[in-house]
Design a protein around this ligand. Structure first.
Ligand SMILES: *Cc1c(COP(=O)(O)O)cnc(C)c1O
Length: 545
């Protein structure tokens, strides 16, 4: 007779995919996935959320305990689907919330396959050809942005933050050789614009540079780094005897799609390295986690316009491209496929122009006695992470193959077209103004104003003139109310899910400018969805009064 443990074990075994081909069990597996998808589907309505909003009880959640006995695949599946209730459907045409894309089917299959067979791409011994997929993704992206694929290298890492961490760490090793052994014993600064991502502060802190060594440089009205102020800051650091660990060029800011002038930054870097006779060339890392995708337009025939974009869209695409085409001037750069590449989280790649730079952060084999004895591909010798999933590379490769250059041009071109259309509508009304007019992405920041305000003059007045401080602040409050109205309407199934930012940027006299925000990333968005935003704002203006 089977012992109790054996009986339970038999049931538990059924919950694993079978190691040896078993078509009957396979169909059980597929059926289980289908059941999960069916349950998710049952949560879908016309609304841009799954089911309805259920407030999470975080206090209760903390008291959770491990169940005493085993459960079944069926029960666990339903439990898991329950966690999706209230999720925003990012692919819904009425979702224009943030830089979160809907993932494609092939990218989800990529993640599923990697989850199923669990390759660890630290080492080809544990991942075989999945390790190759990572190298292919590196090669394709290098060629796309204009790096020499013979020299370039890169690895997938734990997010956009990870890509900048690698960039800055390599820069730190150039400026202060061997800190990886000796620790940081001198001041080295990171320069980044004030519209750059806050991960720069994390990196300064976590690398031991200290956030006091983070120099944030003001931006121009177009949300790009002010080159004069950058030069001042760099000179100040060098004159004081501090080193430059890295200059981070933000190639597509999170809130407004400002793009730094990388070419001018590289020229400045070279001039300062000569003038100060630096023993190293300050490292330039391009935080292109959002902007990288625009590289697909580097070779687009803007004159002939074979895809037939509208003139305004063409201008927007060309406007972004004029900066993005210089990406290859950066020593390293970050790419988030999970932002403008339509994959699930996490799929982030740090690319380096010269892959020998990665050796600066390598460990000696004596530190990893149980790994890497053989095999020819061992990124685990220099990655920060130990185990690395194959999910990111397979998802990235899936979408590169699915879309090709042209497919990406079509999807990006369309969402830029929709963002431009939104701007046309917003600018066509007297009650609204677009704030980031000259940033050519798919994010639009705008403000609404009460009926009696002259919206032609107000933007500049609020921005430049301290006499308008109170007006600005009261309009901030007023726009908050507009947002609350639009948001509650969207949750009730009327209108569109947009978002807002407390500080799109600061006025010349230092006050935060609150902005409403439409971030279009769903390929399903069409003209009617864009018009719905404008109509809802107009309605909100009347309700808020
Ligand atoms: C999102 C973002 C990051 C952080 O990337 P994660 O993938 O969220 O870690 C860094 N920089 C910019 C400009 C971003 O938009």
């Amino acid at each position: 007779m089977a012992t109790p443990y054996r009986e339970i074990l038999d049931k538990v075994r059924l919950a694993f995919p079978q190691p040896v081909s078993d078509p009957i069990h396979d169909s059980y597996f597929i059926h289980s996935i289908m059941r999960a998808l069916d349950q998710v589907d049952a949560l879908k309505t016309e609304l841009p959320i799954l089911g309805e909003l259920v407030p999470g009880d975080f206090e209760e959640a903390r008291k959770s305990t491990l169940p005493a006995g085993p459960s079944s695949v069926e029960t666990v599946t339903s439990d898991l689907v329950g966690y999706l209730r209230g999720m925003t459907i990012f692919g819904h045409p009425r979702t224009q919330q943030n830089v979160i894309p809907p993932p494609t089917i092939p990218s989800v299959i990529g993640v599923l396959l990697a989850a199923l067979h669990n390759p660890n791409i630290a080492w080809d011994e544990y991942s075989r050809l999945v390790a190759l997929a990572e190298v292919e993704a590196v090669g394709m992206t290098a060629a796309l942005v204009g790096y020499d694929p013979e020299r370039a290298g890169g690895v997938f890492t734990f997010g956009g933050t990870g890509t900048s961490l690698y960039g800055v760490k390599m820069g730190l090793e150039k400026a202060c050789p061997d800190t990886i052994h000796n620790g940081v014993s001198e001041d080295a600064v990171i320069l980044v614009s004030d519209a750059g991502h806050y991960c720069a502060a994390n990196i300064a802190g976590w690398l031991g540079l200290g956030t006091r060594n983070l120099m944030t440089v003001p931006t121009t009205d177009d949300n790009e780094i002010d080159l004069v102020r950058l030069e001042e800051a760099a000179r100040k650091a060098l004159t004081e005897g501090r080193k430059i660990a890295a200059i981070i060029a933000t190639m597509g800011t999170t809130d407004s799609f400002g793009i730094d002038d990388l070419k001018a930054i590289a020229t400045l870097r070279d001039a300062l390295a000569d003038e100060f006779r630096l023993a190293y060339r300050p490292h330039i890392h391009a935080d292109a986690v959002i902007g990288w995708a625009w590289s697909v337009f580097n070779d687009y025939d803007f004159e002939g316009n074979p895809l037939g974009f509208r003139p305004r869209t063409l201008r927007a695409l060309a406007g972004a491209c004029r900066r993005i085409r210089h990406l290859s001037l950066a020593d390293s750069l970050g790419v988030d496929f999970h932002k403008t590449g339509f994959t699930p989280y996490i799929s982030s790649l740090v690319l380096v122009k010269d892959r020998t730079d990665l050796h600066r952060v390598a460990r000696g084999p004596e530190q990893m006695p149980y790994l890497y004895h053989f095999g020819e591909h061992r990124p685990g010798m220099y990655t920060l992470e130990t185990s690395r999933a194959g999910t990111g590379p397979l998802a990235a490769i899936a979408n590169y193959r699915l879309f090709g250059r042209q497919g990406l041009q079509v999807v990006l071109g369309h969402i830029v077209e929709m963002a431009q259309l939104l701007r046309e509508h917003l600018e066509g009304r007297e009650g609204t103004t677009v704030l980031n007019r000259d940033n050519f992405g798919t994010v639009t920041l705008f403000r609404a104003y009460p009926p009696d305000v002259d919206t032609f003059a107000i933007k500049r007045q609020e921005f430049d003139d301290p006499a308008f401080r109170d007006t600005l602040l009261s309009h901030n409050q007023w726009n908050r109310k507009i947002f609350q109205y639009v948001h509650s309407e969207a949750m009730a199934g009327r209108g569109v899910v947009i978002s807002a930012t407390d500080c799109y940027r600061r006025t010349a006299y230092g006050e935060p400018i609150y902005a409403l925000k439409s971030y279009i990333l769903s390929p399903f968005v069409d003209e009617a969805d864009v018009e719905a935003v404008v109509e809802k704002i107009m309605e909100a203006r009347e309700k808020v009064g």
